[in-house]
Each structure stands twice: as C-alpha cells, then as structure tokens.
Design a protein around this ligand. Structure first.
Ligand code: NAI
Ligand code: MG
Length: 363
C-alpha cells in the first residue's frame, strides 16, 4: 500500500527536525521498504506569512484526506503581534478540532542511556515504557458554563464546568484498551470518583466497556491524586494510563520529566474510526515547541520528531515492525553516546541535528 502523509513542518526548529524524518522517508522509499506519498503544507507562522491565516482550507482538506499528518512545531516571536484568533497556535487547534482528535497519546519511555537525566533515580526509571492516554476534546477545558462574573460586592466568581458524556468516555476507554492489547495488556483508569460526579461516571463507563469488550485486559482504577504519587514513586507499575483532559494534562507532563529531555518526547492525537475506511484520523507531533532560542543553528534534537513518525508507522500505517526498528535505532544511537546539545552528559559526543538524523538512519 502507498501511505499518504501530510507533512506540516511549521516554524522555528519544526522544519529542521522534520528534515530528519524526510531523510528516513526518502531512504525507505528509495530502498522500497515501504511506499510513502508525501505532500508538504504550511502551518502556523509560515502559513500566516504566505496566506494570511495559520492554516488554509486547502491544507485542511489535505489533512482530511491523509492517512496520517506529521507536524513539526509552530509559533515564535515574529508573530507575537498577530490577532489572537489568527495566531500560529490557532492552526494547530483547528487541526485538532476539525479532525476530532479526541485521544492524545503520550508515551513516556526512558532509554537506559538517558536514565541519569531523569528527575528520578536510575533504578526507578531505567527501561520505563508507559503510555498516557489523555482525553483531549472534552472535560473542564471545554465545558459550559465557563465564566467570570462580577458579584458586585468586590468579589468575582469564576466557573469552569467539567462535562463528560458516556460516548466520550467509551471511545477514549476503547483507545486505551486497544493499545494495552499490543503492549503489557494492562490499563489503569484515573479519576476522582470520591469527589466528582464526572469521576463516578468515568469509573462506571470504563468498567462497563471493559466487561463488555475487553475482559482479557487487566483493568484497575486509581484516584488521580494518589495515582500521581504512584507515578513518581514506582512508575514501572503502569502500562497504559487512561484519564480525562485535565488530569491527563498534568500526569503526562509529570511522566515526561521521568524520562529526561523535552527533545525526546513524541505524541499522537487520534480521532474516531471512519466507518467507510476503518481508519482513524491521526496527527503525530513532538511535545516540544518551535524553540526560537536555538532555531537555525543546527542544534535541535530531532529524536522527538523521529519518534513521532515512528508512532505514525505503528498506529496509523500498520507498520509496527518498522516502528520497532525506528525505536531500536534511537536507543542504539543514544547507547553509543551520541547526543544533541540538549542531552549533554559526561563523555557524550555532541552532534548536530543532521548528524543525529544520519546516525538514526545508519542504525
Ligand atoms: P519550546 O518547547 O519551544 O522550548 C523550550 C526549551 O526547550 C527551549 O530552551 C528550547 O531550546 C528547548 N527545546 C525544545 N525542543 C527542543 C529540541 N527538539 N531540541 C533541543 N532543545 C529543545 O517551548 P517555548 O520556548 O515555551 O515556546 C517557543 C514557541 O513554541 C512559542 O511560540 C510557543 O507558543 C510555541 N510552542 C509550540 C508548540 C507546538 O507547536 N505544539 C508547543 C509548545 C510551544
Ligand atoms: Mg501540558
């Protein structure tokens, strides 16, 4: 099969790290290992400069038609003055919203060679491989009412509303269980059913989906606060964690710091399964931003971007074996002591963005 990819490099270091994914894709195409049909589009500041908007309708149409979107990073001081609705980030938000990307996958993998850069002790994180599945389009970030009211007595009242419907919990639970089946077969659901109605429903619906469709997967439930404690106490007890938008935001950032640098963290955002094609809309991007402080200097670490491409191979393109090879190549390069400047450590050899991409390809 030919895999249709929309490549959106974006701004700052986005194009620099994306060039290293293109290096892999070009090689895979040339060697006939897999067949990719790539189209490149503008997003963020680059699109504002060219077309006056952070993403055009034409690019959105291409995103809709692609098997997967790979996204670099957007933003930078150049666009600080742009109106809020039209800022670079609005391009990313439109992609997430219009494509209905409700499931955010954030793996936290600790490569043995980087275990000493973690915030935790080596034995706690070495070999760590967990997946946090965060609900991305519901919950307290979007629920109505969402207001600040003047109470007239010198006091104001702020209201955010946590809303979850059964279908939203069912579909995110299915994503988590499906992932677990390809991993260690274990899901931990986190909420606060002791104090939140949405936590009660979350717990109930996840339990029902499990009982109906995924009895062979191990499911346990933790309260999100003590779950967070367990995440930093002994993270290797987890395989897949599924949780809501707010708790997922916090828990995934915490988990990220168990693994070392921002330049190492990939992510995926998945939508509903299309009834016609049986495939999901999906976008893959590094967690980091456009890093204007190092842009244009060949210093950016391309491994988060390359690992994001690896996730696209695994979750959208049914190329799991190739994804394994990408992950193994990253581990091997790090084990040889090759590092970009953000991963500086004793005895390591500091190399450029392009040299890192070459090293991964060589592996
Ligand atoms: P950032 O992630 O761009 O950078 C934070 C720090 O980490 C910087 O010191 C940077 O040099 C370093 N860093 C990040 N990625 C790196 C990599 N691959 N290799 C080596 N070092 C790396 O976050 P920051 O500085 O808060 O935001 C910069 C711009 O990026 C802003 O315009 C922000 O809005 C945007 N941004 C975009 C995101 C996206 O496209 N999804 C996410 C976060 C921020
Ligand atoms: Mg966050």
């Amino acid at each position: 099969a030919t895999h249709k990819l929309l490549v959106l490099p974006g701004d700052g270091i986005g194009p620099e790290v994306m060039a290293e994914v293109m290096r892999l894709i070009d090689w895979l195409n040339a060697e006939g290992v897999a067949k990719f049909d790539t189209e490149t589009g503008l997003v963020g500041g680059a699109s504002i400069d060219a077309d006056g908007v952070p993403i055009t309708d034409a690019t959105m149409a291409k995103a809709d038609a692609a098997d997967a979107i790979i996204f670099g990073a957007i933003g930078g001081p150049k666009w600080d003055g742009v109106a809020y609705e039209n800022r670079p980030e609005a391009g990313l938000l439109r992609l997430r919203k219009d494509l209905g990307l409700f499931a955010n996958l954030r793996p936290a993998v600790c490569y043995p060679a980087l275990a000493d850069s973690s915030s935790l002790k080596r034995d706690v994180v070495e070999g760590l491989d967990i997946m946090i599945v965060r609900e991305l389009t519901g919950g307290v970030y979007f629920g109505e009412p969402k207001t600040i009211t003047d109470l007239g007595n010198g006091q104001k009242r702020a209201i955010d509303t946590q809303v979850y419907d059964t279908y939203e919990i069912e579909r995110i639970a299915r994503v988590a269980f499906d992932l677990a089946k390809k991993r260690q077969n274990k899901v931990t659901s986190m909420e606060k059913r002791n104090v939140m109605k949405s936590g009660v429903l979350w717990n109930e619906v996840v339990t029902q989906v499990h009982g109906r469709e995924y009895k062979d997967v191990t499911l346990d439930h933790q309260l999100a606060d003590s779950g967070g404690m367990n995440l930093v106490k002994w993270p290797k007890q987890f395989d897949v964690i599924v949780t809501d938008n707010l708790f997922g935001d916090m828990l995934s950032d915490i988990a990220a710091m168990l693994t070392g640098s921002l330049g190492m963290l990939p992510s995926a955002s998945l939508g509903e399964v299309d009834a016609k094609t049986g495939k999901r809309k999906a976008m893959y991007e590094p967690v980091h931003g456009s890093a204007p402080d190092i842009a244009g200097q060949g210093k950016a670490n391309p491994l988060a971007m390359i690992a994001s491409f690896g996730m696209a191979l695994r979750y959208s393109l049914d190329l799991g074996d190739l994804a394994d090879k990408v992950d193994q190549a990253i581990a091997a390069v790090l084990a040889k002591g090759l590092r970009t400047a953000d991963l500086k450590s004793e005895g390591a050899t500091i190399i450029s963005t392009a040299q890192m991409g070459e090293a991964v390809l060589a592996e």
